[in-house]
Design a protein around this ligand. Structure first.
Ligand code: AMP
Ligand code: GLY
Length: 420
C-alpha cells in the first residue's frame, strides 16, 4: 500500500523536497499546495490557501493524506501543524508555539539564555525611547539590530556603530517598516566569523543532522551589496571534530529546552551559526528547511527522504541512519534584474529544457505559459551541480548556469569559491 503526501509551498525549496518525495517507493500520490509549474511535473498541484489551516485540513481529510510536509514558516506561524494534529493527520512541522523559536527572536533569545545555548549577548526593547536610552549608555562599537517578528529575512541590520543602530531601531519601531514584526526589537553584540547552516530532523526526542551547508546572502561577489534571500549555497562545509561536537551539544541543549517547555517540535530545526574564535554561536533558529540550503543539501542524500519526514512526524527518528553521499554540491541562484528591491519579471527564460542530467534545476519563481518559461519573482532558478569535490561541483553548477539566459539575469560568480 502506498501513502498520500501533501507538501505546502511553491519555491525552489519545495521543488527540491517534492523531487525527493516523489521518488520514494512508499509514496503513491503526491500533492502540493499551491505548488508551481515545475512542481506540477512531480505532484498534483492544488490551489489552497496555505495560511488557512481549516482549508488545508479539510483537503487533507478528504484526500486521505498520510503526511503533510510544511515548507515555509508562515503556515507554521498560522497554526497549520496544530490544526492537522487535532484531526490526527501526521504533519512534518512544529506547532505554532514551538515555531516561536523562529517567529519571535525575543522568545528565541530568552530560550537560549535559559538553556545556556551560546549566542550573542542581547537586550530586548519594547519602544524606541528605551532602545535609544540604552544606545546612549553603552560604549561605541558595531551592533546588530533585529526585528523580533518574521520579516522575510530582511529584519536584521548589521550596524557599524551606535548611530547606525539608532537609525535601524527607529526604522523598526517608529517608522514601523515591518509593522508588528518590529513591536519588539533585539539589539545584540556583533559577532564575527564564518557562518554555517546546521539543519537536523527533530522529533521532539532525538535529532539527525543533515550535511552542513553555507549560504551566500549578499547580492554581490565578495559579500558586497544588500542582503537577499540567498544567492547560492554549498555543502558540505568541513569543520573540525571539536566544532562538530559543539554543534551537536547545541542541538542537544535545544532539544532539552523543547522537552522542558513541552513544545511539540517535529520537523526541521535549522540553527544559523557563526563560528567565532570562542566556538559556534547561534544567530537564529528556523523551524523549517533553509532556502537555498535545501536545494544544495538534498541532492547529497541517498536515503529515502520520505522515511525521515514521516519518522519525524511520528516521533520515530531514533535508530534511523541517514545515508549521505561522499560528494559535494554547489547551488547557484539566478535572480531577476533589480533583485532584491524592484524586480522585473515576465522575461522569457532560454535554455531550460536543454540541460538535464549534468545539473539539477529547481524553480523558485518561474511560470510556464504558452509553451514558454518566464521569470515570475526575485529568485528565479537554483542550478545545482554535484561532484566528487566542491571544485568539480562548482564547475558543473556554473557550466549549467551558463546555458540559461533571461534578460537582466544576475548571479554571483563566487559561490563556494576558494573553498576546499
Ligand atoms: P538572522 O536572520 O538572525 O540569521 O540574521 C541574518 C544575518 O545577519 C546572518 O546570517 C548574519 O550574517 C547577520 N547576523 C545576525 N546576527 C548577527 C550577529 N549577532 N553578529 C553578526 N552578524 C549577525
Ligand atoms: N537561507 C536562510 C533561510 O532559509 O532562512
Amino acid at each position: 500500500m502506498t501513502l498520500n503526501v501533501l507538501a505546502l509551498g511553491s519555491g525552489g525549496r519545495e521543488h527540491a523536497l517534492c523531487e525527493k518525495i516523489s521518488r520514494s517507493p512508499q509514496v503513491g500520490k503526491l500533492f502540493c499546495a499551491p505548488g508551481s509549474d515545475a512542481i506540477r511535473r512531480l505532484a498534483a498541484c492544488v490551489d489552497l490557501n496555505i495560511l488557512k489551516p481549516a482549508e488545508v485540513s479539510a483537503f487533507a481529510k478528504k484526500n486521505k493524506i498520510d503526511l503533510v510536509v510544511i515548507g515555509p514558516e508562515a503556515p507554521l506561524e498560522a497554526g497549520m501543524a496544530d490544526a492537522l494534529r487535532k484531526i490526527k493527520i501526521p504533519c512534518f512541522g512544529p506547532t505554532r508555539r514551538a515555531a516561536r523559536l523562529e517567529s519571535s527572536k525575543a522568545f528565541a533569545k530568552a530560550f537560549m539564555k535559559k538553556y545556556a545555548i551560546p549566542t550573542a549577548d542581547f537586550k530586548v526593547f519594547k519602544n524606541f525611547s528605551a532602545a535609544s536610552r540604552y544606545l546612549s549608555r553603552i560604549p561605541e562599537g558595531p551592533l546588530v539590530v533585529k526585528a523580533s517578528g518574521l520579516a522575510g529575512g530582511k529584519g536584521v541590520f548589521v550596524c557599524k556603530n551606535k548611530k547606525e543602530a539608532l537609525l535601524a531601531a527607529k526604522k523598526l519601531m517608529e517608522e514601523r517598516i515591518f509593522k508588528d514584526a518590529g513591536n519588539l526589537v533585539v539589539i545584540e553584540e556583533c559577532l564575527t566569523g564564518p557562518e554555517l547552516s546546521a539543519m537536523a530532523f527533530v522529533d521532539g526526542r532525538s535529532f539527525i543532522l543533515l550535511p552542513f551547508s553555507r549560504d551566500h546572502k549578499r547580492l554581490k561577489d565578495g559579500d558586497h551589496g544588500p542582503n537577499t534571500g540567498g544567492m547560492g549555497a554549498f555543502s558540505p562545509v568541513s569543520v573540525s571534530r571539536e566544532t562538530k561536537r559543539e554543534i551537536e551539544t547545541i542541538f542537544k541543549k535545544v532539544l532539552m529546552g523543547i522537552r522542558r517547555e513541552k513544545m511539540d517540535y517535529r520537523g526541521i530545526l535549522y540553527c544559523g551559526l557563526m563560528l567565532t574564535g570562542e566556538g559556534p554561536r547561534v544567530l537564529e533558529f528556523n523551524c523549517r528547511f533553509g532556502d537555498p540550503e535545501t536545494q544544495t543539501v538534498l541532492p547529497l542524500i541517498d536515503s529515502d527522504l520520505f522515511v525521515f519526514l514521516q519518522a519525524a512526524a511520528k516521533k520515530k527518528l531514533k535508530g534511523l541512519k541517514l545515508r549521505v553521499r561522499n560528494e559535494s554540491s554547489v547551488c547557484v541562484n539566478l535572480v531577476s534584474e533589480g533583485y532584491p528591491e524592484k524586480i522585473k519579471i515576465g522575461r522569457g527564460i532560454l535554455g531550460l529544457e536543454k540541460e538535464r542530467g549534468a545539473v539539477q534545476i529547481f524553480h523558485s519563481a518561474a511560470a510556464f505559459k504558452n509553451g514558454e518559461w518566464r521569470t515570475a519573482g526575485g529568485r528565479v532558478l537554483s542550478i545545482v551541480g554535484v561532484g566528487p569535490n566542491l571544485w568539480e561541483a562548482r564547475q558543473k553548477a556554473y557550466q549549467g548556469a551558463a546555458k540559461i539566459f533571461f534578460r537582466g539575469m544576475a548571479l554571483r560568480r563566487d559561490i563556494a569559491k576558494g573553498i576546499t
